[in-house]
Write a protein that binds this ligand. Structure first.
Ligand code: 13P
Ligand code: SF4
Length: 352
């Protein structure tokens, strides 16, 4: 039996005075978004997860849409999809727990094949990733011979393996332009593809995939935010429909939105994206008023503190990618990482 297997399990998940002391500074920091009574439920898990991370030589990578007790409480690294991919490729830890959706965990495994990658709930999917298969790409290639395929990272390993290069919302235009061709196939997000097409001379052939969270926002809703909240800045994710983006002051990836709040320090802001973003960012900027539309990603919300603890204790769910598929997908991801992060010029910036 290995030494790890003989370690005693964490004995109790009570809110003990030791747990209260160990988590007091964090509790004070997040008080604006996690009330003290609720904190008493989270704190024992936060303490236990910290202990199990040490035992397993593990890190927790959390996407910006995770709830504040995960984002601020247990994550070693937080970010947008690009940052999580970059971090997954470079960490020294033996175990990565991906607090995010399945394609993010798969990306980490593809980039770090020798590490153990765990996802706390393997059912955490994504409507974009579900909208296209590897067979669809083979058909597209027959229809548009010689036209390179750019795949959003919100895709399965099999789809990445059929692609020439991947992109995220943080580098999509730069990736498309890096190919030096007049036409690309861009998939699966139609709206991100349209946004990219607006900003480049490269012709973009689109796929009709949509994010089930962002497609619901409407331009009328954004106009209501503006009318109801004087001086509000509207930030939107490029997975929103074009008429929604047209009403926004700034369009960018989740990380770009956070950076924008830090740089422009608006008095009032609305982030037209998943709900938890505002909670997480509000902790860093207590003097900014966040207007919060509630749009939950049901897949992201499958990840909870008890499931993260279980993942570390039981070392499951392990994410595996068949080696030949992984090698081909890795090539597309590494090409993307070589392009790096180059956000588009934002309307807000260009208007200054
Ligand atoms: P980001 O890469 O901007 O974090 O977006 C990922 C995502 O799934 C948005 O819905
Ligand atoms: Fe997928 Fe949309 Fe959820 Fe992001 S918010 S993980 S794109 S379903």
């Amino acid at each position: 039996m290995s030494e790890l297997q003989t370690l005693p399990a964490v004995a109790t998940l009570d809110y003990t005075p030791e747990v209260a002391r160990a988590t007091a500074a964090l509790a004070a920091r997040v008080r604006g978004v996690i009330p003290p009574l609720e904190w008493q439920l989270h704190a024992p898990y936060i303490a236990a997860i910290g202990e199990w991370k040490r035992r397993r030589n593990a890190v927790v990578l959390a996407h910006n849409y995770q709830t504040p007790e995960i984002f601020h409480g247990v994550a070693d690294y937080t970010g947008d999809s690009l940052a999580l991919a970059q971090f997954g490729a470079s960490t020294e830890a033996e175990v990565i727990v991906l607090a995010g959706v399945h394609f993010m965990a798969e990306t980490a495994k593809i980039l770090s094949p020798d590490k153990t990658v765990l996802i706390p709930d393997a059912r955490a999917g994504c409507s974009l990733a579900a909208s296209i298969t590897a067979a669809d790409i083979r058909l597209l290639r027959q229809r548009y011979p010689g036209v390179p395929v750019v795949s959003y990272v919100n895709t399965s390993a099999e789809v990445k393996a059929e692609s020439d290069i991947c992109c995220t919302s943080a580098n999509a235009v730069a990736v498309v332009e890096s190919l030096g061709v007049p036409r690309v196939i861009f998939l699966p997000d139609e709206y991100l593809g349209r946004y990219v097409a607006e900003q480049t001379a490269v012709e973009v052939i689109l796929w009709r995939g949509h994010c089930e969270v962002h497609e619901r926002f409407t331009a009328a809703e954004l106009r209501e935010f503006r009318a109801g909240h004087a001086g509000i800045q509207i930030l939107a994710h490029p997975e929103c429909p074009p008429e929604v983006l047209a009403e926004a002051d700034f369009v960018g990836s989740t990380a770009a939105m956070i950076r924008h709040v830090g740089e422009s320090h608006p008095r009032r802001v609305v982030m037209v994206t998943e709900c938890s973003m505002s909670d997480n960012v509000a902790v860093e900027f207590p003097d900014v008023e966040f207007v919060r539309p509630c749009a939950l990603c049901p897949h992201m919300k499958r990840i909870t503190l008890p499931k993260i603890l279980h993942a570390l204790q039981a070392m499951e769910q392990r994410v595996e990618v068949e080696s030949e598929t992984a090698a081909r997908a890795r090539r597309a991801l590494e090409r993307m990482l070589a392009v790096g992060r180059r956000e588009q010029r934002q309307r807000w910036e260009t208007a200054q």
